[in-house]
Design a protein around this ligand. Sequence first.
Ligand SMILES: [Zn+2]
Length: 71
Amino acid sequence: MELYQLEHPSDRVFLCTRSDCNEVADYLELSEEGGEEVFCASHTSSEKHVSVLRKRACHTGYLFRSRPVAA
Ligand SMILES: [Zn+2]
């Protein structure tokens, strides 16, 4: 498991992948299998604050719910 600070693309915002959660995701978690999941501060498994993590963009954004920033 690798943890990163999620960098949002300029045109959309990723939401936490927990189905009952509508918070904006701040954490990107990479599994050993290469899977990516994004979580808000409440649902991440990270014990570190997001501000101390390295930044990384999400590459499989189509897996996640997203919405236009301007909506
Ligand atoms: Zn959440």
